[in-house]
Design a protein around this ligand. Structure first.
Ligand code: MN
Length: 190
């Protein structure tokens, strides 16, 4: 796992984002969803795997409805420290715009009994991972599945049909789970 691409894209004297390091072994694996208004509004879905945050940009956001599938574009690995980042990336920087922590919590790798973080690494290569989220908004079983014909970065974000499934649009809950702020509450200064 490497943060090279993450670091290449950013000037850390110009952005408040963390420089970060590869994180060594927490007991519970972290996940976070950041709502980010860059050139286009999207949600960054991040799962801790191998000491970094594997990351997907989900333009329409996560779903709780098993009937709805949203595109998720895999982006560069982010440092573990990124999971708490909330603030404004100044103009002229990569991803300039406001970021809030839309959801956070921990997750369990899950496909069959005994499925582990190491299986997540295999699943990422194979293009299919399943996991149980323990967030404030996102709960239950989910999957990310790579689209075969759409290139290596195109995945689908899916909710499994379980007791936590909802028909409603979870993105209507639009406040930060850390600060209670909405994206609009963060001032984008020039
Ligand atoms: Mn983003």
């Amino acid at each position: 796992m490497s943060l090279e691409t993450y670091k290449q894209k950013r000037k850390f004297d110009k952005t408040p984002e963390p420089k970060g390091t590869v994180h060594a072994g927490a007991k519970k694996l972290a996940f976070v969803v950041q709502k980010h208004r860059a050139t286009q509004l999207h949600y960054d879905f991040r799962l801790e795997v191998g000491g970094v945050l594997k990351s997907w940009a989900v333009p329409k956001g996560p779903v709780m409805d098993p009937a709805v599938r949203h595109m998720a574009i895999m982006v560069e690995d982010h440092p573990y420290e990124y999971r708490t980042f909330e603030g404004v990336i100044p103009n002229g920087n990569y991803g300039a715009g406001e970021v809030i922590v839309w959801d956070e919590g921990w997750y369990e790798p899950y496909m069959v009994k005994g499925y582990t973080e190491r299986d997540m690494i295999k699943g990422l290569k194979a293009g299919h991972i399943t996991f149980i989220l323990h967030g404030k908004k996102l709960k239950g079983e989910f999957a990310l599945v790579r689209l075969q014909r759409a290139g290596p970065k195109a995945w689908l974000f899916l909710k499994a049909d379980d007791d936590y499934a909802l028909k409603s649009d979870i993105t209507k809950k639009d406040r930060s789970v850390r600060s209670g702020k909405k994206l609009e509450d963060l001032k984008h200064h020039e």
